[in-house]
Design a protein around this ligand. Sequence first.
Ligand SMILES: *Cc1c(COP(=O)(O)O)cnc(C)c1O
Length: 383
Amino acid sequence: MNQHLRSDPIPFIDVASQRRRLGVSLDAAVKRVLDHCQFVNGPEVAALEAQLAAYCGAKHVIGCASGTDAILMVMMAKNVGPGDAVLCPSFTFIATASPVARTGATPVYVDVDEATFNMSPESLKRGIATARKAGLKPVAVIPVDLFGQPADHDAIAEIARDEGLFVLDDAAQGFGASYKGRKLGTIGLATATSFFPAKPLGCFGDGGAIFTDDDELAATLRSIRVHGQGVDKYDNVRLGLTGRLDTMQAAILIEKLTIFDDEIAARNKVAERYARGLSNVVTVPRLGPGNSSVWAQYTIRLPKGTERDGFAAALKAQGVPTAIYYGKSMHQQTAYKQYPVADGGLPGCESLSQDVISLPMHPYLTEADQERIIAAVRGALST
Ligand SMILES: *Cc1c(COP(=O)(O)O)cnc(C)c1O
C-alpha cells in the first residue's frame, strides 16, 4: 500500500493512506449525515465537541468553521479592538495575527527561541513594554505551539498574569500534544485549533474548535458562532459570524479521532528516525522540557552556507518534496509589516526564515521511504 518505486515522489503529507485505513467507517459516517439531512448543527457536532472535551480535559468545546475563526471569535468575545495590543510571535502562519488585525487591534510581534521555534518569554516582556510606549493597551498574548510542540506556557502565563493579559493558545498545529502532562486545550483562558486537512487532526475541508473552562466565554462564543444570537434565533445581541463547523466535517472528525493517538505515536516514531539519521548533518528540532509533540511539521535547519533552493531542488530530483515554513515572518509580509516589533527586534525569527526547511511528515511514512529521504538529505549536503 505504501510501496514507492525509487523514482516515485514521496507524499509530503499522506491523506490518502489514512483515507484507506479508515475506509468504510468514513463512508458510513458521511452516509449517516446524508440520510439525516441535518447538515448544519447536526447531532455529530455536539457529539464531537463532547469527545474533544473528554480527550483533552477542557470543560467546553465550541466547534467552528476554521482555526482562523476560532481565534477571531475569541477576540470578538473579549471585545478586543482599536487601541488594544495583542502579542504574537512573528514566526508563524499568518492566521495567528490576521484575526487580531481584523478586529482593529494591533498585533505586536514577539521574537522566538531558535531552539524550539516558539515564543521567547523575554521578548514577550519587551513587546509588552513596546506596546505601552506606543500608547497601546496590551490585552492578550497568543502563544503558538509551532510545528506541534507546546510553547513555553508556564513562563508566558506568569508574564500574562503580572501584566493583566489573557492567554489564547494557538494550537492549530499542536492539538494532541502535552505540556508538563497537560493536554493542549487546557492552557490559558482559551485554546484555538484547526482541522484543516494538513493539520495533525484534519477534516476533509475547513474546520476548527475553541476550548475553554470559562462558562461565560463559552456562552458568548456559542452566540458569536451563530450571528450573535440571543435567546432565540432572530434575537441578536452582539456582532457575530456564520462560524459553525459543518455536520459532515464533525462526522468525519469523530472517525479520525479514534485513530488519533495511534497516529501521534507513529509521527513520533518518524521524528525519532529522522533525528537518528540526520542529527549529525543538520540541526534537528528539539523538544523543550516537559513537552510532547504531534509533529505537524518536521523542520530542520541547514548548516550555514548551504544554498537552500539548491538543496530543495536536489531533494526534489530524488522524489523528496520539501516546504519552507516560514520563509517570511509576519512582520515581513506586505499587509502586516506596519505593526510594531518588540524592542530588541526579531533576530530569532529572521535567522530561522533563512535556514529552515521541512521534510515529509505523516503517520504513514514507511521506514523505506524515510531511508530514501535521509539518504537524499545527506547526499545533497555532501556535494
Ligand atoms: C493553520 C493555522 C491557523 C489557521 O487555521 P485555519 O483552519 O486554516 O483557518 C492558525 N494558526 C496556525 C499556527 C496555523 O498553522
